[in-house]
Design a protein around this ligand. Structure first.
Ligand SMILES: [Zn+2]
Length: 88
């Protein structure tokens, strides 16, 4: 019988994982006058609250959005925060 080949995972180092995204969760939900779904998000870590914003589905709201403060090193979050979406 042939000798067992080592599994690929044991030969190659695993690439480093990205830091988990810190998300804000729904603080209040409702709808805009035009009937589209809307939600305001709150970060449980830093207390940042987003403005009301349109969400396509309830699932999207439950998933949450990345917190612009807790994810500061992420370029996309920095751009988002600089867009004037800081909490009051
Ligand atoms: Zn936060």
């Amino acid at each position: 019988m042939a000798e067992a080949t080592p599994r690929q995972g044991s030969l190659l180092p695993r690439p480093p994982r990205a830091a988990p995204l810190k998300r804000m969760h729904v603080d209040d939900a409702g709808s805009f006058p035009d009937g589209s779904k809307a939600a305001a998000f709150l970060c449980a870590r830093c207390g940042t609250r987003s403005d009301w914003q349109r969400i396509a589905t309830v699932s999207e709201g439950k998933r949450g959005i990345p917190c612009p403060v807790c994810n500061k090193p992420l370029q996309s979050a920095v751009a988002w925060a600089e867009g004037g979406h800081r909490g009051a």
